[in-house]
Design a protein. Structure first.
Length: 270
């Protein structure tokens, strides 16, 4: 028993080192004056951080990334969650269709997806090409499986048929059942999908660069611009990107956790 605990501790420690060491190295490099002759930097400075933050494009690109990330995650949450519930409760045999659709994004490279969307919508009389609208649609297509899978797994983990029948026997319609009974029980899955979509879109470069480019410059594009002439400033931006994603993830998990553990939701779940 002790041997198993020791082995688990060693594996966990190695995993944490594997994940944390690159982050620490990036942080040190972003604050180094010179780091090519010794194991640790020869000096430290915040000059590179001040340079990237002081530029006007920093706040603009950060705001743009927040906007497109939250818009995509929110749109997918609103679209996928009720659809997945309806399919599970009314058309369980058709779940395979959504499983196949969720695999498309993994098999289609971002470059191909962007070029296909430009080609397809160039003949459509809608304000899509070279706008944030087509970027939003592309990000939704790319991130569909990241929202669908957590929601579907949450639906599979509860007895939605019994909950739905109990609600309907008490006079609840489909909408009331979904909002007041099903939704609180699958909230952790929705939060997980929201975080996956947000983090994916926040770091997305290919689709943004090809579909809108400089018209809607996001944080990854701003970061790539610095990699061309100064890796230390790019490292500072990479750390900022990580911190932003970590803070948003923590806040969302705290909010969803409190919501899921509230007395009302625990009562509804039973």
């Amino acid at each position: 028993m002790r041997m198993n605990k020791l082995l688990r501790s060693i594996v966990l420690a190695v995993f944490l080192l594997f994940m944390i060491v690159p982050l620490i190295a990036t942080l040190l490099f972003s604050m180094s004056t010179r780091w090519d002759r010794t194991i640790l930097p020869e000096g430290y400075t915040l000059e590179w951080w001040k340079t990237v933050i002081s530029r006007g494009a920093f706040g603009l690109t950060l705001k743009n990334s927040f906007y497109i990330s939250f818009a995509t995650a929110t749109a997918l949450s609103i679209l996928v969650t009720p659809t997945a519930y309806w399919v599970h409760i009314r058309m369980p045999k058709n779940k395979i269709i959504f499983e196949i659709m969720s695999a498309f994004s993994f098999g289609i490279p971002g470059v191909i997806l962007a070029l296909a969307l430009i080609r397809f919508y160039s003949g459509v009389p809608l304000p899509l090409i070279n706008t944030t609208n087509i970027l939003l649609l592309a990000c939704m297509e790319l991130c569909f499986p990241f929202m669908y899978r957590p929601v579907a797994n949450s639906l599979d983990s509860i007895d939605i048929h019994t909950l739905t029948e109990a609600s309907q026997s008490l006079g609840g319609n489909w909408f009331a059942t979904f909002i007041h009974i099903i939704l609180p029980n699958i909230l952790p899955g929705i939060a997980s999908g929201f975080l996956l979509v947000f983090s994916t879109v926040f770091a997305e470069f290919t689709l943004t660069n090809l579909l809108v480019g400089a018209r809607f410059k996001t944080f990854p594009i701003y970061l790539v611009e610095f990699t061309r002439f100064d890796g230390r400033q790019a490292s500072a931006l990479a750390i900022i990107s990580f911190v932003v994603a970590w803070v948003v993830s923590t806040l969302l998990l705290l909010v969803s956790g409190k919501r899921a553990l509230s007395p009302d939701n625990l009562t509804i779940g039973h």
